[in-house]
Write a protein of this length. Structure first.
Length: 109
């Protein structure tokens, strides 16, 4: 049972890390498009942009509703990274320690 709990921790932690990576990629590509470095008329660039936008925008929208607008600067990716980092560092390990305690003593290897 403990191995399944550890595997679930690994999967959830990895998915959260992947979300952080995708949000960073979304923020960087949106800046590159904003500065005119990346042209979305290119089919490949447009496809990548649409995929990143489909993932990043729903993740950042709740934060953007709460944060005040500061000109053209978007601080929601920073807040997202801080929140996910806090979840990975504090909440996730505490939750899985609790699950290990519920599962009982483990088998000595």
């Amino acid at each position: 049972m403990h191995a399944l709990i550890d595997f679930a921790y690994f999967v959830i932690n990895s998915l959260l890390g992947l979300l952080v990576f995708l949000v960073i990629a979304y923020a960087v590509v949106s800046m590159l498009i904003g500065f005119g470095i990346v042209n979305v008329r290119n089919r490949f660039a447009y496809t990548i942009w649409r995929a990143l936008e489909a993932i990043g925008r729903p993740l950042l929208r709740p934060i953007q509703r709460i944060l005040p607008s500061v000109g053209n600067l978007d601080f929601s990716p920073f807040v997202f990274i801080i929140v996910v980092g806090g979840i990975q560092t504090y909440l996730l390990p505490a939750f899985f320690r609790w699950l290990h305690a519920l599962a009982g003593p483990g088998i000595a290897y």
